[in-house]
Ligand binder design. Structure first.
Ligand code: C5P
Length: 401
């Protein structure tokens, strides 16, 4: 239910704008108050009168409408909402949002708001697949913007593929999840992410190529389902998502301490690429070249295995412990062995050999190993892998009660 929730609905200019009418009806049926904002292009597809009639409220259209009502009217309007929904979100509107433009009422509201924003993209399949749109989408998601859809299918322009706006029922479900009614509401989930840096001396360290992209996407997907997420991250290349509690660490030992401090949690996902070894005794001062030309010998010691420690806890073990297995060969065999050895419930296995392009890339091809067996997933964008995995975690915790 959405009783008492205030939603600002921005209707962009696309053929899918007609679905905004059904969306308003459904949101209001669940108790939400909907304030419509119609863009100039949107007004070519749907009339302000029909929007106002369904919403039972004035429709806002012009930036300068607001100044005579109250000074800074657009700021107030943008902040009065619990959620801003943009449906349909056109390629042009997404591009202007990603660039931070504020040339009309809709984009000004989007730039001025401190509320969460959800987009329901709708456009021609080629426009959706264009690198510019995908780049804008990635920037918007990194800014914490939520998305629902687009779906696949035949479109008004006659082409087939992704680009069709999500159905109103799907948008309502996403709105309910975003406003706290998600399947993981009230659950605490811990996610580790990124590489660790193990110091050699004050300026040098041992590291690995993990970008932290998969862990960040997963934390975001879990938060989108309503979970309270603690995100323990090493020095990653991608920023942590908004809406999660971020704990920044550098070394494996610090990661272990942060993880233990964050427990209890109902589920813990270990997506971090933790260094297996650290230098036994990191030098206190920068190491210098020896005149004889003999390079220094580094003595390595094993780092604590954070996943195995948490999975092996006799008290306070999360109900679901998920590990990752990044391998460069014999992925499945190593992953099965790892699941048994580390005592975790699930393993997400992937091939990180340079030929796969996965490490540091935008896509991932994983095999999920559970107690029931191995499932090979198709190669998907990392955020889609994250959404699927988050949905599986939600289903598992839901069935576990
Ligand atoms: O043994 P390997 O590093 O391949 O295991 C991968 C899994 O174990 C990942 O889930 C990783 O986050 C976790 N791990 C850990 N602590 C370590 C090493 C790995 O939590 N020291």
């Amino acid at each position: 239910m959405l009783a008492g929730k205030r939603i600002l609905l921005i209707v962009g200019g696309g053929i899918a704008a007609y679905k905004a009418l059904d969306l308003i009806r459904r949101l209001r049926e669940r108790g939400a108050a909907v304030t419509p904002v119609l863009t100039e292009a949107g007004a070519r597809f749907v009339t302000p009168l029909s929007l106002a009639a369904l919403a039972g409220q004035k429709v806002y259209r012009d930036l300068f409408d607001l100044t005579d009502e109250a000074e800074m009217g657009h700021i107030r309007l943008s902040r009065s909402a619990d959620l801003i929904v943009v449906a349909p979100a056109t390629a042009d509107l997404m591009a202007r949002m990603a660039a931070g433009l504020a040339g009309d009422l809709a984009t000004t509201l989007l730039l001025a708001t401190d509320a969460r924003v959800m987009l329901a993209p709708a456009m021609n399949v080629r426009m959706w697949r264009h690198p510019a749109t995908q780049r804008n989408l990635a920037s918007l998601r990194a800014d914490g913007v939520l998305t629902v859809g687009p779906g696949e299918g035949e479109m008004a322009c006659g082409e087939v593929g992704p680009g069709r706006m999500a159905e109103p029922a799907e948008i309502v479900a996403a709105v309910e999840a975003a406003l706290g009614g998600g399947p993981l509401a009230g659950r605490h989930v811990l996610v580790t992410s990124g590489p660790t840096h193990e110091p050699i001396d004050p300026v040098r360290y041992i590291a690995n190529r993990s970008s932290g992209a998969q862990g960040a996407a997963l934390a975001r997907a879990l938060a989108d389902l309503g979970a309270r997420v603690t995100f323990v991250t090493g020095p990653a290349a991608v920023p942590p998502p908004q809406g999660v509690a971020v704990v920044r660490i550098e070394t494996a030992a610090e990661m272990l301490a942060a993880v233990e401090a964050a427990l209890p949690a109902e589920a813990a996902v270990f997506a971090a690429a933790v260094a297996d070894w650290r230098v036994a005794e990191a030098a206190a001062e920068k190491m210098k070249k020896d005149r004889s030309g003999t390079p220094p010998a580094l003595t390595l010691v094993e780092n604590p295995d954070i996943l195995a420690r948490v999975a092996g806890r006799s008290t306070g073990r999360p109900a679901l412990v998920v590990g990752f297995a990044a391998e460069t060969r014999d992925v499945l065999a190593h992953a099965l062995d790892k699941r048994a050895r580390k005592g975790c419930d699930w393993i997400v296995a992937n091939d990180v050999s340079p030929r796969s392009g996965i490490m540091g890339g935008a896509e991932n091809a994983v095999t999920l190993i559970t107690g029931e067996g191995a499932e090979v997933w198709p190669r998907l964008p990392k955020d889609e892998v994250a959404r699927r995995l988050a949905a599986r975690i939600a289903a598992h915790l839901g069935s576990a009660g």
